[in-house]
Design a protein around this ligand. Structure first.
Ligand code: HEC
Ligand code: HEC
Ligand code: HEC
Ligand code: HEC
Ligand code: HEC
Length: 435
């Protein structure tokens, strides 16, 4: 169904122009057309890789990466320039960019990756929006693909000056796989990877498949992840805080000083899991939950003790802490309850993002959610519900009220269904007030 996008008929008209603007804005993911710079215009300060390129007429990427600085400056040029022709000496399997082909020889990473959100990044929620822009606003499509499907070979069109022309190296199957192995590991057909587990980086043995690997410490650096998880200065920043600020949050935490990088928590033992807000065990590992009970007040203390950035880092999830006092018959006491959302709430008003509230927890900070204890109270009950897609759920609902093609409607309906079924509880207990 997803491939229908290319065949979708353009439903033009004044309404669709307005709709496009609303969609870009609601997507909540920053980079609009204005953020696109030209090839080679790598970010000036060279500290964070986030460069976005257009006008890639190179057909084979022959850039050399030697120092970590080369990687920081150029590895995440996006879209990743076209790979070019693989060596004649390689078998079709070695030359393929498809994840299932990498998986023939790297089954562990392939198995993990299939369970991770990175493999789903060309999702119904994304593609259901993109189909509306394929014909008339390809710049907007590309501004999303740079993070969700970043290889040139994943884009139906390429920029040629002001125009978007059809891309000879486009592979729709590759696009539908989202953030593929090659997006992180292949540049100019050359395979890149981390140092061996013993730390060595010397060349692969003669005759290795895909002519071996170039090994670099950049793969063990948080800047490897920042291109897609950190907006650059100048991006949307309601109340002075960028909408995606994960790298900076991490950099300002004790984890950066302790050498605990993104990969330490999200790729333990180099596993390709990238668990986050959608995974109950991962969320539990990020916080400490304690009862706080006195004669006057009762409730929960929630502290960010294991999340290497704000808990949660984005404005899209919501964590709800509920406390209810119960009487001797374990019945809820009216008026003796509270609910607190740990979340950054944003809204779009008069053409700009505004921050409505921000109660996210900085690393090593916490919040006490308590209720005053009335005389008849005997027990306290509390729960913590995680809504990973709280923002997107509302967004999909609102998009579905608009004028959409059938393809778009079907995809966004599926996205809405997924967002609705993603909430889970990480805590639900009742205890007596007096031991
Ligand atoms: C025909 C089998 C085969 C295929 C297909 C294959 N690889 Fe490899 N790959 C290997 C072998 C063997 C090595 C070990 C080379 C060495 O010792 O340096 C390797 C090494 C690697 C490494 C470094 C691993 C390490 O241990 O540090 C990475 C990263 C890698 N491949 C990525 C890929 C990607 C991405 C693809 C698909 C685009 C792919 N490979 C396809 C066989 C294959
Ligand atoms: C800077 C990288 C980046 C760009 C550019 C980007 N996204 Fe995202 N997107 C993310 C990340 C990271 C997440 C997951 C975190 C979150 O929930 O916000 C995400 C999540 C999403 C989701 C919710 C999850 C899903 O797949 O259903 C949608 C929908 C989405 N993006 C649409 C878009 C659209 C549309 C655009 C272009 C207008 C876009 N994104 C541009 C990084 C990006
Ligand atoms: C989002 C980026 C990303 C994607 C997608 C990705 N990898 Fe990796 N891969 C990494 C990073 C980063 C490391 C190094 C992790 C570390 O050293 O902690 C790595 C390490 C590896 C290694 C070395 C593992 C080891 O035990 O030494 C192999 C092999 C590999 N990846 C293959 C693959 C294959 C095959 C796929 C697709 C199924 C894939 N990768 C997808 C980022 C990625
Ligand atoms: C090419 C861009 C890109 C790179 C590089 C990248 N990510 Fe992501 N990541 C995304 C996008 C896009 C999403 C959201 C996908 C979706 O839901 O549609 C995401 C989602 C995630 C999630 C969210 C899981 C959840 O439950 O929602 C985690 C955790 C994550 N990435 C960690 C990492 C780490 C760690 C690295 C570095 C090793 C990394 N990412 C590199 C683009 C990227
Ligand atoms: C000390 C461990 C730790 C480190 C370091 C860490 N994270 Fe996380 N991360 C977590 C935990 C735990 C969660 C789940 C709770 C949450 O969502 O905040 C998470 C969640 C996420 C999510 C899910 C979205 C969200 O709104 O929370 C993304 C994306 C993510 N991390 C990316 C990164 C990136 C990129 C880095 C490096 C700059 C990084 N993380 C460093 C532990 C860590």
């Amino acid at each position: 169904m997803r491939n229908d996008s290319a065949r979708r008929t353009a439903k033009a008209g004044s309404r669709s122009v307005l709709l496009t603007v609303a969609l870009v804005v609601l997507a909540g993911c920053g980079a609009g057309d204005d953020d696109l710079s030209t090839e080679g215009d790598v970010q000036a300060n060279g500290e964070l890789p986030g460069a976005v390129a257009t006008d890639l007429d190179v057909q084979g990427d022959d850039r050399e990466f030697v120092t970590v600085d080369d990687f920081v400056r150029g590895y995440w040029l996006r879209p990743v320039p076209p790979q070019g022709e693989a060596s004649d000496a390689w078998s079709p399997l070695e030359a393929s960019l498809l994840p299932e082909d990498c998986g023939t020889c790297h089954p562990v990473q392939y198995g993990d990756w299939q369970t991770a959100v990175h493999s789903e990044a060309y999702s119904p929620g994304l593609s259901g929006q993109l189909v509306n822009w394929e014909q008339n606003a390809f710049g907007t499509v590309e501004s999303c693909l740079v993070c969700h499907a970043p290889l040139s070979e994943q884009s139906a069109r390429v920029a040629a000056g002001e125009e978007w022309t059809s891309n000879p190296s486009f592979d729709p199957a590759l696009r539908d796989h989202g953030i593929v192995c090659a997006a992180c590991h292949v540049r100019g057909t050359r395979r890149h990877g981390p140092p061996r587990r013993d730390g060595s980086v010397d060349a692969s043995p003669e005759g290795s498949p895909h002519s071996g690997v170039t090994r670099t410490e950049f793969f063990e650096d948080s800047r490897f992840c920042s291109g897609c998880h950190q907006f650059l200065p100048g991006g949307a920043a309601p109340n002075g805080k960028l909408l995606e600020n994960t790298y900076t949050e991490w950099e300002n935490s004790r984890y950066a000083a302790e050498g605990v990088v993104c990969q330490t928590c999200h790729m333990p033992d180099r596993r390709h899991l990238w668990r986050g807000i959608h995974d109950p065990d991962m969320v539990r590992s990020g916080v400490t939950i304690e009862w706080t009970i006195s004669d006057a007040e009762a409730g929960l203390q929630v502290t960010n003790t294991g999340t290497g950035h704000r808990f949660p880092t984005y404005a899209t999830p919501e964590v709800l802490v509920s406390v209810q006092l119960l009487d001797a018959d374990r019945q809820p006491i009216v008026g003796a309850s509270t609910e607190h959302a740990i979340a950054r709430r944003i809204g779009y008003q008069a053409g700009a993002w505004v921050e409505l509230s921000d109660t996210r927890l900085l690393p090593d900070s916490g919040v006490a959610v308590t209720v005053a204890v009335p005389p008849e109270a005997r027990h306290v009950r509390a729960s913590i519900t995680v809504r990973p897609d709280a923002f997107y759920r509302k967004m999909f609902e609102s998009l579905l009220t608009g004028m959409l093609s059938d393809t778009s409607r079907a995809l966004l309906t599926e996205a809405g269904r997924r967002a609705e079924s993603s909430p889970f509880r990480i805590f639900d207990e009742a205890v007596p007030l007096q031991p």
